[in-house]
Design a protein around this ligand. Structure first.
Ligand SMILES: [Zn+2]
Length: 177
C-alpha cells in the first residue's frame, strides 16, 4: 500500500465513523501502521508537507492515527477533552485533498488521551500545531473532513503544491539572508 491508495475527497468511506481498536488486534494492525508511516513520508517527499494520517484514509475503519515527523508515533483510540474556548483560524490541508486548502477554526489547546504502541495509556497536552493536527486526525475517525468545517462559502482555495515549489521557496529564503 502506498500514497496512491489514499482515499480522496468524495469517497464514502471517509464519512464513516471508525470502530475502536481492541488490544488483541495490535499484531494484525502492524503492517497497516508501517504502511501509514511510509505514506506520510511519501506524501511529504511529493508535496513538502504532511505530518500524520488516519486509518480511514487507507480504508481501514479503525480509531488509529499515525504521526511521522521525526519518527512514527502511533495513537490508538485517541480522545480529546478540555478543549480551550480560545480558537485559532487557519488554512487546513489533508492528504485526501492535497491541492485544496480549507479555512477553518480549531481549538488552540486541548488534552488528548490514547493508548500508545505498547498499549499503555497516555495523556498529552496539546497546543497550536499539534492541537490542530490531532483535531484534524480525530475528526477523520468520526467521518468528518476539514471541508465540513469551512468557516464560510469562500473558505476553499485550490493550490498547486509540489516539492519543486517548496525548494524554490527555501532557496529564496536563503538568498535573502
Ligand atoms: Zn486529513
Amino acid at each position: 500500500m502506498n500514497l496512491s491508495d489514499v482515499l480522496l475527497l468524495g469517497d464514502p468511506r471517509l464519512y464513516e465513523v471508525c470502530e475502536p481498536v481492541q488490544r488483541h488486534e495490535l499484531p494484525d494492525l502492524q503492517p497497516a501502521i508501517a504502511d501509514m508511516a511510509a505514506i506520510v513520508l511519501e506524501f511529504r517527499a511529493k508535496y513538502g508537507a504532511g505530518r500524520a494520517i488516519a486509518a480511514p484514509q487507507i480504508g481501514l475503519m479503525k480509531r488509529l492515527v499515525v504521526m511521522n515527523v521525526e519518527r512514527p508515533v502511533v495513537f490508538f483510540n485517541p480522545e480529546l477533552f478540555d478543549l480551550s474556548e480560545e480558537m485559532m483560524e487557519l488554512w487546513d490541508d489533508c492528504m485526501s485533498f492535497p491541492n485544496l486548502l480549507v479555512k477553518l477554526r480549531r481549538h488552540r489547546r486541548c488534552k488528548m488521551r490514547f493508548m500508545d504502541a505498547d498499549w499503555q495509556p497516555q495523556l498529552w497536552s496539546l497546543e497550536d500545531d499539534l492541537s490542530e493536527l490531532m483535531q484534524h486526525e480525530i475528526d477523520h475517525l468520526d467521518g468528518i473532513l476539514a471541508t465540513q468545517r469551512a468557516v464560510d462559502e469562500r473558505a476553499l482555495k485550490l493550490v498547486v503544491r509540489s516539492i519543486k515549489q517548496i525548494e524554490f521557496r527555501s532557496t529564496s529564503i536563503v538568498s535573502t539572508k
